[in-house]
Design a protein around this ligand. Structure first.
Ligand SMILES: NC(=O)c1ccc[n+]([C@@H]2O[C@H](COP(=O)([O-])OP(=O)(O)OC[C@H]3O[C@@H](n4cnc5c(N)ncnc54)[C@H](O)[C@@H]3O)[C@@H](O)[C@H]2O)c1
Length: 387
């Protein structure tokens, strides 16, 4: 069997549609469309409600999909979750970063399963509070990292777990875009009050997940971090000029570049950098260096957590140095569809969250550590409170 025929996660599963899961959408903006498109492909789902802070937005959103009779007259997530008549099984939380923790905690307190968009939260303390609510509720909380569903990503983990790399001691990860500050429908991605964190939370979390998931999410110990915002705060930033919004520069309150040197449990060094904008094509490929072999994972132009081309394993065979190319595996099913399906299956089967908070907590701890270290100007110890 060739690698192109790799079937994991691409098998056709029979879905029992006799009982429909009742789903609500919190936050009806850009990413909610991807959730909706995937939910509508599932035979065992009924979309029953939508809520948005902007009056009329949730109703318009449902109309776009021809969903008549879906309740949307809620002023926020709270009113929707208080509506007992909905009998919600789960919600997708598609709000901007600063509104991840509050609705997630409220939904879990109401006994509703949660698919929470990435990044987990803005701060580590928020993530801890969400996990405390999760623990109390016994419900499923999955974090929206769809690149996890990619067979190429799974291959990285398989290579690590096979022992082909030996003891891993150094990792470089990250990526970036030459001009890619996201302002598709306004400024919710770049304002401090809505986004809280910039490139770090938008795409940095993917880079961290790519390698941390592969090596089993060791605990982060210390971080020396840096962040800057030279492009986002410049009214002459070429993209602002192109779209006719130089005033976005004054609204920019997050990072557009971050870098860090992180020590992980197990004596592993993690060298990280991420950019929404830079005068460079890429800040480098992801590399995982081990005592027996090393893996190079090519970067992508528009960094979104995927593998940018064939990976290369550098190793020795019979004492000779050689390298093996790992072809890119073509996915038959969309990553977003798999993200939604695995979440639904976990609810129905009483299984574990496909992307568990217990792992992403460490991802968030690193992001939080970078922000804190950058502010104080020196290395900080990562302290994770008891959940
Ligand atoms: N997984 C992915 O590929 C992916 C891609 C893009 C964005 N995202 C994530 O999705 C999230 C949302 O991004 P977006 O681009 O859709 O943002 P957006 O600003 O387009 O939409 C967010 C919506 O949430 C609403 N909202 C905020 N707080 C609310 C609350 N408490 N109750 C009800 N509605 C509320 C806002 O009014 C807004 O309409 C972000 O955290 C982002 O990181 C993920």
């Amino acid at each position: 069997m060739g690698l192109d025929d790799f079937k994991e996660n691409q098998e056709v599963k029979t879905i029992d549609a006799s009982k429909k899961l009742r789903i609500g959408i919190i936050g009806c903006g850009w990413i909610a469309d991807s959730h909706m498109n995937s939910y509508l492909k599932q035979p065992d789902v009924e979309i029953v409600a939508g809520a948005d802070l902007i009056p009329g937005k949730a109703a318009k959103f449902m109309q776009k999909y021809g969903l008549e009779g879906v309740k949307t007259d809620y002023a926020s997530h709270k009113e929707m979750l208080d509506d007992k008549s909905l009998k919600l099984d789960a919600v997708s939380i598609c709000t901007y970063n600063c509104q991840h923790a509050i609705p997630a905690i409220y939904a879990l307190e109401k006994g509703v399963n949660v698919l929470l968009e990435k990044p987990f939260t803005v701060t580590l303390d928020e993530a801890v509070e969400v996990m405390r609510a999760e623990k109390k509720s016994g419900k499923i909380l999955s974090i929206g990292f769809q690149p996890r569903m990619d067979a190429n990503m799974k291959m990285i983990k398989k290579i690590v777990e096979s022992g082909a790399l030996g003891k891993i001691y150094y990792i470089q990860t990250g990526g970036g875009r030459r001009r890619g500050i996201p302002t598709p429908f306004g400024t919710t991605f770049i304002e401090k009050e809505t986004a809280g964190i910039g490139a770090l939370g938008d795409i940095g979390c993917y880079s961290l997940d790519m390698v941390l998931n592969a090596i089993g999410y060791p605990k982060p110990l210390t971080v020396s971090g840096y962040k800057s915002a030279f492009f986002g705060t410049d009214p002459n930033y070429s993209h602002y000029v192109k779209i006719g919004h130089p005033e976005y520069a004054a609204k920019f309150g997050v990072d557009d570049f971050a870098a860090a040197f992180i020590r992980l449990e197990g004596d592993i060094i993690l060298d990280f950098r991420i950019a929404w904008a830079m005068n460079l094509d890429t800040p480098g490929d992801t590399i995982i260096m081990g005592t027996k072999g090393s893996l190079r994972i090519p970067s992508t132009e528009c960094w979104n957590g995927t593998v940018g081309g064939p990976m290369v394993l550098y190793h020795e065979v019979c004492g000779e140095q050689t390298q093996t190319e790992i072809p890119v595996i073509k996915m038959k099913e969309g990553l977003f569809d798999l993200k939604i399906r695995t979440f639904l299956d976990a609810i129905k089967e009483g299984g574990k969250a496909p992307v568990p908070s217990s792992q992403i907590l460490y991802n968030q701890a690193i992001i939080d550590g970078i922000a804190k270290s950058s502010e104080c100007g020196h290395e900080v110890e990562i302290k994770i409170p008891e959940i």
